[in-house]
Design a protein around this ligand. Structure first.
Ligand code: CP
Length: 318
């Protein structure tokens, strides 16, 4: 299996071979961002629209860098300031953009399923940049690439996803992607913040943060998504930090050094202490760096690019 199909809506529909293809294609793209002229002609002539209907720093800017480094033409559309704020539907907005002859849409949306819904209704490639509580596939991929960089394997690696798993699209993409590539995944958080029947996805439930620290090779620490909480899921942020916060004190008791990941944005002093976020085992900023390479790989492959380092990252813009 060499292609990815038309859209990337999640990691659940992808095979292990397709996941490996994306990660392997991202490798040569890392080097492009280290060049003085950070540009290859791979997507020259393609037009990509970034439709961000929810706030984003990392994903939006990372996609834009990835597109520009592949020489695509890009347009950014936010809900505020577009006709969505006047009641236009998502599909009408996208069809109007298609009437201007676009090739790809990158979409972030508050509703689970929005990317898939759009992909079924327009001819352009659709890439999910995070849809509600469903999936955030490129975040899952960049987390996997960062883990593979450090451990040189994913098979058999123990990754604990800690925090607000219930509201997290990042958690779902990590679970699908990591388990397909042979990693063991644990989830840890207060019971109200763990989805019911989560163990059916093949993960181990780690009731206490101390259990996660004792079990894992790496912790992927999630933000409490207070904006998605419709009920009192936790007594207070201070209480959450006291019971589930990843602190230096707790990590000192680990049987080995743990790699620390966080998809951002972080709530320092809540799910993660600053000492840990900025500590020697943190790869939070390398995750962001890898995000550009992973997104370049996804854009390149969906546009029909052929796998292989020379094919992908070859050439330089004058
Ligand atoms: N990780 C992530 O999705 O961050 P943003 O919300 O800033 O894009």
């Amino acid at each position: 299996m060499t292609g990815l199909g038309k859209d990337l809506v999640g990691l659940e529909p992808l095979s292990a071979d397709q996941l490996r293809l994306i990660l392997d294609t991202a490798e040569p793209f890392k080097e492009v961002s280290e060049r003085q002229i950070k540009k290859v002609p791979a997507l020259r002539g393609k037009t990509i629209v970034n439709l961000f209907f929810e706030a984003s720093t990392r994903t939006r800017i990372s996609f834009e860098f990835a597109e520009k480094r592949l020489s695509a033409d890009t347009v950014n559309v936010a809900a505020s300031g577009s006709s969505v704020s006047k009641g236009e539907t998502l599909v009408d907005t996208a069809k109007n953009l298609e009437a201007m002859r676009i090739d790809m849409v990158v979409i972030r949306h508050g509703s689970s399923g929005a990317a898939s819904f759009l992909g079924q209704r327009i001819a352009s490639n659709v890439i999910n940049a995070g849809d509600g509580k469903h999936e955030h596939p490129t975040q899952g991929l960049l987390d996997m690439l960062t883990l593979r960089d450090r451990f040189k394997r994913l098979q058999g690696l123990k990754v604990a996803i800690c925090g607000d798993v219930l509201h997290s699209r990042v958690a779902r993409s990590n679970i699908w992607g990591l388990t397909k590539l042979g990693a063991e995944v644990g989830v840890c958080g207060p019971p109200p913040l763990l989805p019911r029947n989560i163990e059916e996805l093949g993960v181990t439930i780690l009731p206490r943060i101390e259990d996660a620290i004792a079990w894992a090779d790496a912790l992927n620490i999630l933000r409490l998504q207070l904006e998605r909480m419709t009920a009192g899921f936790i007594p207070s942020l201070r209480e959450y930090n006291r019971v589930f916060g990843v602190t230096t004190e707790r990590l000192k008791k680990a049987p080995k050094d743990l790699l620390i990941l966080h998809p951002g944005p972080m709530n320092r002093g809540v799910e993660i202490d600053s000492d840990v976020a900025d500590g020697e085992h943190s790869v939070i900023l390398p995750q962001v760096t890898n995000g550009v390479a992973v997104r370049m790989a996804v854009l390149y492959l969906l546009a029909g690019g052929r796998p292989g380092p020379q094919q992908a990252a070859g050439g330089e813009e004058a």
